[in-house]
Design a protein around this ligand. Structure first.
Ligand code: CMP
Length: 131
């Protein structure tokens, strides 16, 4: 069993997608181990997105993730990191395949509904910031 972190971003909460998104992961037989609705502080957001600090979109990314409440969830299941990344779809929602979360619900890039850890190291680092 492996654990991973998802964060339903402010646009996902605003669009009332929390129930649908959690339902997809439950139907896929992931266990919900921890869950929390909260607002990121600027400091937490900058830490979460530390790997992107040199990118041109960094400040917009931080401003967006602190713009409203988010829902963070730790999921557990077989090869959770890889499977969850497949289920959320490509970073660019307009390129994400239909049937994926980003593919079904948006066209944005910075505003792309959901974040998921991309490796065990990211999971360890990111989940410590939130839980
Ligand atoms: P996320 O999975 O949260 O990880 C980093 C985020 O940066 C990504 O989702 C997007 O929201 C955002 N992002 C990635 N690439 C770009 C880009 N080229 N322009 C703007 N935002 C981006």
């Amino acid at each position: 069993m492996e654990q991973t972190l998802i964060v339903i971003k402010p646009d996902g909460v605003e669009q009332k997608l929390v129930g649908d998104i959690l339902s997809r992961f439950e139907k896929k037989e992931f266990n919900i181990l921890k869950m929390k609705m909260f607002n990121f502080t600027k400091e937490q957001a900058e830490e979460l997105y530390l790997p992107h600090r040199e990118k041109s979109f960094f400040s917009n990314l931080v401003l967006f993730i602190i713009s409203g409440p988010v829902v963070a969830v730790i999921l557990e299941g077989s090869t959770a990191i890889e499977v969850v990344r497949k289920m959320i779809g490509s970073t660019k929602s307009y390129e994400a395949a239909p049937g994926t979360i980003r593919g079904d619900y948006g066209l944005g890039l910075t505003e792309n509904i959901i974040h998921a850890s991309d490796s065990k190291e990211s999971f360890e680092r990111e989940s410590k910031i939130i839980f």
